[in-house]
Design a protein around this ligand. Sequence first.
Ligand SMILES: Nc1ncnc2c1ncn2[C@@H]1O[C@H](COP(=O)(O)OP(=O)(O)O)[C@@H](O)[C@H]1O
Ligand SMILES: [Mg+2]
Length: 259
Amino acid sequence: MSKRIDVKDLDVYYGDFKAVEGVNMEIEARSITALIGPSGCGKSTFLRTLNRMHEVIPGARVEGQALLDGEDLYGPGVDPVAVRRHIGMVFQRPNPFPTMSIAENVLAGVRLNSKKIAKSDAEALVEESLRGANLWNEVKDRLDRPGSSLSGGQQQRLCIARAIAVKPDVLLMDEPCSALDPISTLAIEDLMHELKSDYTIVIVTHNMQQAARVSDKTAFFNIAGTGKPGKLIEIDDTSTMFSSPRMQATEDYISGRFG
Ligand SMILES: Nc1ncnc2c1ncn2[C@@H]1O[C@H](COP(=O)(O)OP(=O)(O)O)[C@@H](O)[C@H]1O
Ligand SMILES: [Mg+2]
């Protein structure tokens, strides 16, 4: 097993408020890890620490370590922008740039990061990324139309194409299907299975069937009460988590007794 991400004793704060406490988590390369747990237990907060998006909020900070391939993402001198290039993110609501064309949306992250790219290289990258996101066949004849002309499910796949165009190592997804219809949701889930051969994926989902369908490992977070920090209760193979979890709280949550 190759360990791609290794989180050690991570505490996450918003100012004085400790939102997440004491997370230890190892994530293997080319796997899908689902983060589940009741609303407010810190799933999104934790996810955003993995690519240093958390700290863009004033007063937000972390203690502890998050290693990518053995290097602490929070080590001295580490550039958060470079971290975000290696660890891409897809959000709950599809957020293509509405007036930008489909092709320019795919290239948006690349253009932000780098030098000029030759037109032919750009065209090849647009096609490769849209194929990678299972969207190419639907949009290849209208690449110059605005991103906002697509359906919600297509927009989310466009956002995935934009994320993979920069060739990250890891993809973080925060409830990527929660704004989508069931057909689009299945399209994204199928896509995740394909992406897994190239990427390490961490997905937050409130949908336990989705966690069971797509993930290799499931991590259950919980919160003891309002104002208390969220904690990782357990992480295990998804099949084990959904059949015989070790902790009673996990059992209660997955059987729908709370949350
Ligand atoms: N920008 C923020 N500023 C202050 N507190 C926040 C912020 N975002 C989230 N929180 C708090 O952090 C805790 C965890 O929230 P969140 O990570 O969104 O949970 P989840 O994604 O599991 O629903 C909650 O108490 C929430 O109110
Ligand atoms: Mg959330």
